[in-house]
Design a protein around this ligand. Structure first.
Ligand code: ZN
Length: 134
């Protein structure tokens, strides 16, 4: 696996509209994109921080993955995403080393990226995303 940088950090929030104020008014970051990913029942907002982005995730439904996460753990850090050359190959690589995969093959994520997740049980508690531009 060839990781170039941390692509983004995903943070679960109850409301993008509310939490955006903190990122913009206190941290001075600028939201450059808001996008809804219907199949994940989530709305996302992106902030650029150097090479890395902050991705705020708001659930559009209580039974979506982010809705369930917030119900269990409250707002907070949700996942860490690494940029790799090829997300699909990186998933196969991790799988071959015994890591439990949430996605057996890469799929389409926000911002036109190919993405796939590793299970936190195999990554010492951090839901880990691998993503690539393809
Ligand atoms: Zn992500």
């Amino acid at each position: 696996m060839n990781i170039s940088h941390i692509e983004h950090i995903g943070i679960a929030v109850k409301s993008i509209e509310e939490s955006k104020k903190y990122y913009e008014e206190v941290l001075g970051l600028k939201c450059y994109s808001v996008e809804e990913v219907t199949e994940q029942k989530v709305k996302t907002a992106f902030f650029q921080v150097g090479d890395t982005k902050i991705e705020l995730l708001e659930s559009t439904s209580p039974d979506g993955p982010i809705g369930k996460f917030i119900e269990k753990k409250g707002e907070g850090m949700h996942h860490l995403a690494f940029a790799v050359n090829n997300a699909n190959e990186a998933l196969q690589d991790a799988g071959s080393k015994g890591v439990q995969l949430i996605d057996k093959a890469s799929r389409n994520g926000a911002e036109g990226l190919k993405i796939g997740f590793l299970h936190p049980k195999s990554t010492h508690g951090v839901l880990t995303e691998l993503c690539s531009k393809e």
